[in-house]
Design a binder for this molecule. Sequence first.
Ligand SMILES: Cc1ncc(COP(=O)(O)O)c(CNc2cccc(C(=O)O)c2)c1O
Length: 291
Amino acid sequence: ERWVYMNGEYRRKAEATVSVFDHGFLYGDGVFEGIRVYEGNVFRLREHLERLYDSAKSILLNIPHSIDELEEAVVEAVRKNGLYNAYIRLVVSRGKGELCLDPAKCADPQMIIIVDQVKMFPQKLYDQGLKIITVPTRRNIPDALNPKIKSLNYLNNILVKIEANQAGVSEALMLNSDGYVAEGSGDNIFIAKGGILYTPPGYVGALDGITRRAILDLCDRLGYEVKEQPFTRHDVYIADECFLTGTAAEVIAVVEVDGRPIGNGQPGSISRHLRKEFRKLVTVDGVQVYP
Ligand SMILES: Cc1ncc(COP(=O)(O)O)c(CNc2cccc(C(=O)O)c2)c1O
């Protein structure tokens, strides 16, 4: 039986409900984080919380807790559920309001912490690599709804997921309005060419992924050169390797994009190496829940 943290108290899953007048439900007015627990370690919890507060600040949503209090609440929620390997969904919604957009009419933001089992890609996709496509749906332009804000507004991503489903693939890439590769529906992208790694810089318009940052740190430590510069679908097609990074995906190789085999069509040596090293990182880099 799972416990859900809601605004300072725990409720059973069945009682963990929000009002139909909650603007998170009505308009996607809120922010969230997806975090993983590995063997009792909440991977990079502080970085996730800092991003949550940045996203909230950007939409002028006040989180009624300090970041230290929230860190404590997350650790406590994991402990309360007695899980060592889990997926945490942190949600802050604008809260109950009137049937109009005005956030000023919402008095009590909802602070929710869900702790549950992890849903991942099947192991065979890690061994064989993903076949993905690029889709016509572009990533939100930064001067509309900035893709760096991890908001509850995931329709841009869901539309991409629908196009992936229609094409019978498990992930799809969005371009930005200039035609440069931005990211997947729920993950960041890296390619490798001639031993050098490339990943889109922030200004292309993508979520500043925590896993992406962890891979950049790993590349630094392992001596892989990484260039944060824009690239196109062509650059992906002719790359030696391609892989995606994200809390759910972790590090997963891409072996085909729009029908073009990437490299020799097998997961590449760099992505295999980085995935191995990443798996070592996740049990130590973060906050331990249990003594
Ligand atoms: C649009 C987008 N881009 C990149 C990432 C990777 O960011 P992190 O490395 O910080 O996770 C995300 C995060 N995507 C994400 C996070 C947690 C769960 C799920 C899910 O598909 O259930 C998806 C995302 O939603």
